[in-house]
Design a protein. Sequence first.
Length: 583
Amino acid sequence: MTNIEITDPKVTVSGELATLSVGQSNSTAFTAIYTLTAHDIKAGGVDNKATVTANSSNGEVTAESTDPTPTTPIDPNCVDCTTVKVDKGVPSIKLEKEGVFKDKNGNGFAEVGETIEYTFTVTNTGEVDLTNIKITDPKVTVSGELVTLSVGQSNSTAFTAVYTLTKEDIKAGGVDNKATVTANSSNGDVTAESTDPTPTTPIDPNCVDCTTVKVNKGVPSIKLEKEGVFKDENGNGFAEVGETIEYTFTVTNTGEVDLTNIKITDPKVTVSGELATLSVGQSNSTAFTAVYTLTEEDIKAGGVDNKATVTASSSNGEVTAESTDPTPTTPIDPNCVDCTTVKVDKGVPSIKLEKDGAFVDENGNGFAEAGETIKYSFKVTNTGEVDLTNIRITDITFTNTEIEVVGKLAKLKVGQSDSTTFTAIYTITEEDIDAGGVDNKAFVIAKTDGGEEVTAESIDPTPITPINPECESCTTVEVNTGVNIPKGFSPNGDNKNEVFEIKHLDKLYPNFRIRVYNRWGNLVYDYSNNGKRGKDVKWWDGYSTGRWNVSKNRKVPVGTYFYIIDFNGENKKPHQGWVYVIY
């Protein structure tokens, strides 16, 4: 054979062989070199076949190559291929991640906005070189790049990351996280999670092999002092409904971390003001104020107890505190411990009532009669230290008869008097006329702004001896009873108007004498009282006791009779008139 040539789809075959005799072999004329690719190494070797062609006197001849030492091909379909297997090498990489907290303000505590700086060390722990090394981290952007990393080589400078602390991180006490490194190799991609070369207990127990950077989160603490001052708006020295207490608040950051969003609430009052930040050790006594309006209950109690509450946010969570009083005093309510107590001088209430009365002689006869009246006037004076409200007067006679007092008085200021608002009219009874007058007292009731009641009995500005000696300090109105001479009487046995009784005559003129004449001038009744009173008086019963007698056991006939009353020694002229007798 002549002109022997070898071709191979994967490689250029070098060499030539001009002739080859029958039965002859040649193993030196042809050679080829194949350059491995990443794909070949990853596949674990190379399969391929060569083809030989030659000329002969009987034409061309061709054949595919076989492997004298065959092995399992890389590609099972490549039957009779020459297979050269290669040891592809195992790629491997290691990533170590470390973090350091950077205390920018140097206060020894972590604060929102401060950072953790991370460094990364990558090591090629495999059997093949690595390329295109990259690091990713779910919590931070990693800066840097590394193109190649030879077997056994380490790099701790190519990659860095800076993480900014959040409120949640500080509250948790630190940050756990892992980074991931990826690289390419001739035997495929390789990846690994980071480990911490100086491990510590993670914040999250489930974060195994995490890089954990712990931070000193600092202890938040706040203090609130609350003071109150009573404002005497009208300057009278005493508290009144509607006057106020002004509160001031001093907040102090007593903790180890800065505070934000400071707020004060108070169950009794709306607190005005705001405070955005409060640095460690800082105090503020001007941001917050409150004004409380006094109620009747406050004044009655003698002051106001209460507490305020301050809340604030910090990098280590929220903090709260109740107020204290920098100048404490005994609270109004013993159970209100540490309360701010503002005591008020409620003043001593006092009231005076003067009552005067005058008989009103409606018919102008100079004598009191049943149905005529006494008119009372009242003068109320605020003799205390506080204004009074809702002033009312009640009145009752010594015999327990209630008298309606007309008038309303809403307010009576300290030192003020009122003598026109209240009046009362009392209707005189026969009993009053019999007694010679009326004793009674009134009662005044008023309230302070604090709800305290004050009361007083009336006194008489022009006192006289009372009708009843037991009615001390009563207002006594004497009435001129006169004599009440009836126009007639009926001695008929019905127990009504049986005698010619002249009321009050025995009281006013106990030595009186009465003479009664008929129309012809005959004396039918002649009686001298001689100092008798009440039941001892012998009033004319219709029987004749004078010179002219009808009959000893018979009464005078129906008719009109003339009488003369002698008052005897009372310096009063005799009185005469007519009386009618009917049966």
